[in-house]
Design a binder for this molecule. Structure first.
Ligand SMILES: *[C@@H]1O[C@H](CO)[C@@H](O)[C@H](O)[C@H]1NC(C)=O
Ligand SMILES: *[C@@H]1O[C@H](CO)[C@@H](O)[C@H](O)[C@H]1NC(C)=O
Ligand SMILES: *[C@@H]1O[C@H](CO)[C@@H](O)[C@H](O)[C@H]1NC(C)=O
Ligand SMILES: *[C@@H]1O[C@H](CO)[C@@H](O)[C@H](O)[C@H]1NC(C)=O
Ligand SMILES: *[C@@H]1O[C@H](CO)[C@@H](O)[C@H](O)[C@H]1NC(C)=O
Length: 264
């Protein structure tokens, strides 16, 4: 017990300044980390805000990524970093001086391996408490394309292809403002370059028809649409039975991005 006494003394002194008189026990009041973050960007902070009662002793702060321990802090010693974040963190003195209320991990740059559930665990001799939140590291699509092809005299073949997005996205084809159900989705993974394709053979369209494909990456708020206007040419249909594509397709690259990050 002797080597703990300096730590205990410091904790006891600092505990005097806790503003809730009579409050005992441990409580995590906030676990703040980005819900979604673009791969390769940074720095970002994982923040655990807690409160410990005036009679608590032996504070230990741990962080886990999924089930792996990545961080351990027994103030006032410096934190120990392991696993997927080792070598990727950065220290700011102000991030380690609020030992009775804040544990902050500052990641210099995020990578795909950092996707997962983060758990902040605060322990004292008497109590243990943990809180978890998921963070998704995503890569936007490098290409999103929608194609409309002649299928037969009543139907068109719509194909939407997205390349490079991670984690696996969801595609939705929208014809004249109406979503198609998600039939015939194909997901293929080429080494390091996944792509996903959705096909639909549809009859219910106006002339011209507005055809859109929307990509979303679940858990991230990432959303983008590609649009084209399809003109069906009846004249060509009658005259050229063997023509592959009796239609004029005008593609409009009308791309918009919506990021809805919540840092709750
Ligand atoms: C993710 O980011 C890392 C770090 O910048 C980079 O090395 C890697 O190629 C990126 N991965 C993808 C799939 O873009
Ligand atoms: C076009 O193809 C669809 C789907 O296979 C079929 O239901 C429809 O009867 C076909 N129309 C004509 C004119 O062949
Ligand atoms: C629909 O069109 C795509 C190319 O745009 C093609 O690869 C696919 O085979 C077509 N599907 C059918 C059922 O004709
Ligand atoms: C299609 O939609 C259903 C219900 O909305 C969903 O359960 C299913 O996972 C979707 N399939 C794909 C391949 O996205
Ligand atoms: C085609 O559209 C009409 C009008 O929106 C709708 O009533 C009908 O159910 C649709 N048919 C199919 C096969 O989707």
């Amino acid at each position: 017990m002797r080597h703990f006494s300096l730590k205990n003394l410091i904790i006891r002194i600092l505990l005097i300044f806790i503003t809730q008189p009579g409050y005992n026990g441990v409580k995590i009041t906030k676990l703040k980390l980005p819900l979604a973050v673009h791969n390769g960007t940074g720095p970002i902070e994982l923040i655990c805000v807690y409160r410990i009662g005036r009679h608590e002793n032996g504070l230990v702060v741990k962080w886990f990524h999924d089930l792996e321990q990545i961080y351990q802090w027994i103030p006032p010693m410096p934190p120990q970093i392991n696993g997927i974040i080792s070598g990727l963190t950065e220290y700011l003195p102000e991030n380690t001086n609020k030992l009775l209320s804040h544990s902050i991990i500052r990641l210099k740059k995020v990578n795909l391996a950092m996707t997962g559930v983060y758990t902040c665990k605060i322990s004292t001799i008497l109590e243990d408490i943990a809180e978890s939140r998921r963070m998704t590291v995503y890569v936007p699509d490098q290409k999103l394309n929608i194609y409309a092809d002649y299928y037969n005299n009543t139907h068109i073949n719509l194909t939407c292809v997205a390349k490079g997005a991670r984690p696996s996205p969801i595609l939705t084809i929208i014809v004249d403002g109406k979503q198609l159900d998600n039939r015939s989705i194909r997901i293929e993974n080429h080494r390091n370059y996944p792509w996903i394709k959705q096909e639909a053979i549809v009859s219910n369209y106006s002339n011209p028809a507005i055809i859109q494909c929307e990509i979303t990456i679940p858990g991230t708020g990432y959303r983008k649409r590609e649009k084209l206007i399809y003109y069906y040419n009846k004249q060509l249909e009658r005259n050229h039975n063997f023509q592959q594509r009796p239609s004029l397709i005008i593609a409009i690259t009308n791309v918009f991005l919506t990021f809805m990050f919540s840092n709750g």
